[in-house]
Design a protein around this ligand. Sequence first.
Ligand code: F6P
Length: 337
Amino acid sequence: MRTNRIALLTSGGDAPGMNAAIRAIVLSAYHYNIDVIGFYSGYNGLINDKSKALSLHDVDDIIHRGGTILKSARCPELLEEIGLNQAVLTLMKNKVDALIVVGGDGSFSGLIDIEKNWHGKVIGIPGTIDNDIDGTDLTIGFSTAINTAIEAIDKIRDTANAFERIFVVELMGRHSGHITFNVGIACAAEKVLSFENVNVEKELDVLKEVAQEIKLAQKERHASYLIVIAENLWTGGVTEFSKQLNDESGIDCTPCILGYIQRGGSPVAKDRILATKMGVAAVQAIIANKSNVMIGEQNNGMVLVPLVNAIKHKKQVSPSLVEAQQNILALVQQSQC
Ligand code: F6P
């Protein structure tokens, strides 16, 4: 059956490059003579029937903008039967043939629920700074987020060097360490603390180890010491970590939360291009009658991944990255102290 109308929404934490995906979808749909309606504020737009027909004009100056012109939100209402029914009703009322959602794993769960209750096709595009979606080498927004964090931490390093000071910087990523590990390595952090290399059951041991390493560094040279730590890793967060370090060993360590700065800003080239490729592939997948799949990128090619597989497991941080940090870089940095 021919697809006449695609609905599109962005959902969950916004990610730089979502606008580039919207643009690519609208342009591709135009090429194939398909209408696009954008629903506002994630699934809330479907539940409340708040939308706008998207024209070429709407997307002609957005590829370089962070955030999303369609707004985004988390939507617990979709988990309730009444919210789900309302969303499906809106799709039917608007004569939608296919729904594309740009978002993370929570957004894909919602999409799977919609598919079970609706006749149309559903396609997911991975858009999250966390890079934690299985089946794609990268998610839209991750490259920009790590570049933003690196730029910020390089600046922190300057002041840390000037004052010979110790900083602990908390990075986003929800429950995975893609941002923390990649940024830690790119900033030559002396210590990376993340889910992949820290046993959270043994916080006291970790504190002792960090304190010992810092003291050694301070004894041997006068320089800064930078720790990056994944959000949600430490009970009480980064402020509690530095307080405990101080209580345990008298070490003065300045906590810093980079926070939402990591979600904003103009997308880097990599995100604009990835989002564009995924947007085009999403429309082509719909034309090829595919449904219930996520568009992923693997080895530089576009692939279709069943949505259930994409959310079954969190994508692991590259083991070679973890191993390089743990078994080579951190050890050499220590031995130089
Ligand atoms: O998923 C993106 C993300 O920024 C995570 O890194 C972070 O844990 C979370 O969203 C924050 O969510 P919220 O915007 O709801 O505070």
